[in-house]
Write a protein that binds this ligand. Structure first.
Ligand SMILES: [Mg+2]
Length: 272
């Protein structure tokens, strides 16, 4: 089947053709959870399907750069994806783990402030968070509060908003994802920063990035800026749609696909 018939008009095939014709100068960048790996009730149970891993492995042999940009720790993203040949920007860009790196490089912009979010949460009433159904995940400089699967998700989310306000007053930056609040030191990282540092490392001049959530909009924005500044001859933002996708995702995408299978179809097409 041709990509035109598979993609209902071939919009993405036309946009991505410049990458496929010059793979050595192209970067294939992707979010992990909700984009490669299906969202599951508990983040630690997530898995990247074998077909996606195989497509990424094939891409990494032909393309200039293949990388994952994730809210997870960089080493955790690499374990989940299972490929050492890719680059990983973890913790929304606060950590960079390039192929062959033993340990991630931290973002120097938050040096000395890595413990601020953990110290803030340790100072709250832990029983209040637990009673509301919030589960804390320790990601080093970023502390996450999850409420997916809580007995009363609405009550848990409402408590998360209170914590976000208190965190903001304590000098932390709250960021929202799919049923998760993350607190982080102000000013570091971001998926926009991750896009810029990954593309700078390899000097590629065309790139695609796919994501499913609010933090991915930062990556979209930076990719568009690089395109408008002429640093990229092609930059394609792919929105992976789901029932939980924020409304802006479709608005700010160049191309949308219906779920993870749609992005996998594009990865396999790029690898052919
Ligand atoms: Mg995601």
């Amino acid at each position: 089947m041709s990509p035109q018939s598979e993609s209902g008009g071939g919009e993405w095939a036309a946009r991505l053709e410049p990458l496929r014709t010059e793979p050595a100068r192209a970067a294939i960048l992707t979010d992990v959870d909700g984009t490669l790996a299906p969202i599951v009730e508990r983040a630690e149970d997530a898995a990247v399907p074998a077909a996606a891993r195989e497509a990424l492995a094939a891409l990494s042999e032909r393309y200039g750069l293949v990388g994952c940009i994730s809210g997870r720790r960089a080493e955790e993203a690499r374990r989940l994806v299972g490929l050492d040949s890719l680059a990983y920007a973890g913790n929304h860009g606060l950590e960079l783990l390039l192929p062959g790196d033993e340990a991630p490089r931290p973002d120097p912009s938050i040096a000395g402030r890595e413990g601020e979010a953990a110290a803030f949460l340790a100072g709250l009433d832990g029983e209040r968070l637990r009673a509301a159904g919030l589960r804390q995940e320790d990601k080093g400089p970023i502390q996450a509060l999850h409420w997916r699967g809580a007995v009363d998700e609405a009550a848990a989310e409402s408590c998360a908003h209170e914590v976000a306000n208190e965190g903001g007053r304590a000098g932390l930056e709250p960021r929202w994802g799919r049923k998760v609040l993350e607190l982080r030191p102000v000013g570091g990282g971001g998926k926009d920063g991750a896009i810029a540092s990954l593309l700078a490392e390899d000097g590629v001049d065309r790139a695609v990035y796919a994501g499913d959530d609010r933090t991915d909009l930062d990556a979209f924005r930076r990719l568009r800026e690089l395109r408008e500044e002429g640093q990229l001859v092609a930059g394609v933002c792919v929105g992976v749609l789901s029932a939980e996708a924020p409304a802006e995702l479709a608005e700010e995408s160049d191309v949308t696909v219906a779920g993870l299978d749609g992005w996998l179809e594009i990865l396999e097409w790029l690898a052919r």
